[in-house]
Write a protein that binds this ligand. Structure first.
Ligand code: ADP
Ligand code: MG
Length: 561
């Protein structure tokens, strides 16, 4: 292959234009992105070398080097990681493969300010080099391959890939700096950026300074894995930056959980709960993204079963000491050690959430708004191990409170004689509050849970045993009966007998009306009944006890089931 010119995928061109032109004040993050890629490349090779040690013979110490050439106005970042083949170069630096980036592009609005915010959320990756450079060269040689390749581009729509010479494996990125970006040649400036964003990178990052005697290397970072350090030695800033790095996210973590388990199974864990819902939380292929390390070696960030699906919003790292290093990724999820870790981690995370819920209910409400619908999946997906804890963590909007309500709160407020926990499912709390089904409940002051997540139908159907012996009952179903409940507007100090008589009278009065309604509606309804749940509205629709809930029926009909 000689030099071959290609055009960027249309999305890449669009992305490049925005990245290169609209993020002036944020452009120092280019270094974080390139260092993060270099560190990933080292991780990948370290993993492959577990089963194929030849790949690293002669050069077993991973490092990332930064060199500045003030005469040539170039900044160079090199790593001895896995490198890229010609095909990988083309796929990785010419098209958009990552689903996140695709979603990002689809959300671009053309409004620069808004789009710049989006870039923050999705991460700009390699292309951020064009924020500070008007020409970028990537010279790379894949570990184990004989040939090297050179990728060059001015970021304006085309790139070239050609055969090249390179002695060792790895990647060298040379950036020809824009005239207004020469500050990034200063050692102080670079050191500052590395400290700020990349101190936690476990690979040494070295600054190469030219001296009269030749070259001198200076370490810019600590180069020990952040999660192995003592809590007391880690600043909040460092925790935050690690989160940004590990999660590809740019919000602040809602919670940071860092602990070391030293019992039967030894592992360290640094996990984060994001503040914002990741955009792909409900994509069907969406699995957890927690990174699994074994003795500081990165294994995978796609390990099914490492944390349960209903905790898939967690980000961060689990590093265990007791898994064999050469375990195949495929066999991992059935490994009993991994299962034990998963169960211990789940327990710990749920208990931390419980603490937050107890001590900082307002903060917890924010968490629940973002991740409640996912947590509810655990109520029917997770067997019974954590069901009780999960039930204590669920929060609801209700008819009686403008704050989120727990089942414990609800149970404490139940009226004398009330035997069930009542709920109604629909599209929004506002719409539900206007539902005629609620009238009788409001009149008696009986609290009703207002449910609006698509998942609600499903977990409630799995809740046979109810909460502390009290069954859940939909008020749009047949027998949501309020007769037994005392209190509210229609409580009259009458004795039982009179009450009965009054009922029968009413029954006799209403019978002809019911009969004529039945006649008029015919087959379109199953039955017409007198109801105690209405006070103002004349009628409402309900589902029969054994039938589907009205909302579920509507949902299924929408999806033509
Ligand atoms: P991301 O890192 O999120 O995948 P980037 O735009 O930062 O997105 O990088 C795109 C891809 O290019 C990476 O996934 C990786 O495959 C490849 N790549 C980038 N830099 C390097 C590098 N220094 N060594 C090897 N591969 C790299
Ligand atoms: Mg990257």
């Amino acid at each position: 292959m000689t030099a071959e010119k290609r055009t960027f995928q249309a999305e890449v061109s669009k992305l490049l234009k925005i990245v290169a032109n609209s993020l002036y004040s944020e452009r120092e993050v280019f270094l974080r992105e390139l260092i993060s890629n270099a560190s990933d490349a080292c991780d990948k090779l370290r993993y492959l070398a577990l089963t194929n040690p030849d790949l690293t013979t002669g050069d077993g110490e991973f490092k990332i080097r930064i060199a500045a050439d003030k005469d040539a106005k170039t900044l160079t970042l090199s790593d001895n990681g896995i490198g890229m083949s010609a095909e990988e170069l083309n796929d990785n630096l010419g098209t958009i493969a990552r689903s996140g980036t695709e979603a990002f592009v689809s959300e671009l609005s053309g409004d620069e300010k808004k789009d710049a915010g989006l870039i923050g959320q999705f991460g700009v990756g390699f292309y951020s080099a064009f924020m500070i450079a008007d020409k970028v060269e990537v010279l790379t040689k894949r570990a184990g391959e004989a040939k090297a390749h050179l990728w060059t581009s001015d970021g304006l729509g085309e790139y070239t890939i050609s055969d090249a010479e390179k002695a060792n494996r790895g990647t060298i990125i040379t950036m020809h700096l824009k005239e207004d970006a020469l500050e990034f040649l200063e050692e102080q400036r670079l050191q500052h950026i590395v400290k700020r964003y990349s101190d936690h990178i476990p690979v040494p990052i070295l600054f190469v300074a030219k001296t009269d005697a030749g070259e001198e290397e200076k370490a810019l970072n600590e180069a020990s894995a952040l999660w192995t350090r003592a809590k007391s030695e880690i600043s909040e800033e460092q925790y935050k930056e690690f989160y940004h790095h590990a999660a590809h996210a740019f919000d602040d973590p809602w919670a940071t959980l860092h602990w070391k388990a030293e019992g039967v199974i030894e592992y360290s864990s640094l996990l984060y709960v994001p503040t914002q819902r990741p955009f792909d939380l409900f994509h069907p292929e969406r699995k957890n993204r927690v990174k699994l390390y074994v003795k500081r070696v990165f294994i995978t960030d796609d390990c099914e079963g490492l944390v349960p699906e209903y905790l898939r919003f967690l980000r961060g790292v689990i590093d265990c000491e007791d898994l064999p290093l050469n375990v195949s990724r495929e066999l991992l999820q059935r490994n009993p050690v991994l299962q034990k870790i998963s169960s211990a981690v789940t327990k710990r995370v749920l208990s931390e959430l419980s603490k937050k819920a107890e001590k900082e209910p307002e903060e917890y409400a924010k968490f629940w708004d973002a991740f409640g619908p996912v947590m509810k999946e655990g109520l029917y997906a997770d067997g019974t191990e954590h069901k009780e804890t999960l039930l204590s963590l669920v929060r609801f909007k209700t008819t009686e409170s403008d704050k989120l309500v727990s089942l414990k709160d609800y149970a404490e407020r139940m009226k004398e004689g009330q035997e069930a926990i009542y709920y109604i499912i629909g599209e929004s709390p506002e719409a539900l509050l206007n539902s005629p089904h609620l009238e009788g409940f409001k009149a008696k002051g009986v609290e009703v849970l207002l449910l609006t997540d698509p998942i609600d139908d499903f977990w409630l159907q799995a809740m046979f045993e109810g909460y502390e012996g009290k069954p859940f009952k939909s008020i749009t179903r047949g027998s949501a009966d309020l007769d037994a409940v005392k209190g509210g507007a229609d409580e009259k100090p009458e004795d039982g007998k009179k009450d009965e008589e009054a009922k029968q009278d009413a029954g006799a009065e209403i019978a002809p009306l019911i009969a004529s309604l039945k006649l008029a509606l015919g087959d379109t309804v199953k039955d017409v009944r007198e109801s105690k749940r209405l006070t103002d509205s004349p009628v409402c629709l309900i589902a029969d006890e054994g039938d589907m809930d009205i909302n579920l029926e509507r949902l299924l009909r929408q999806h033509k089931q």
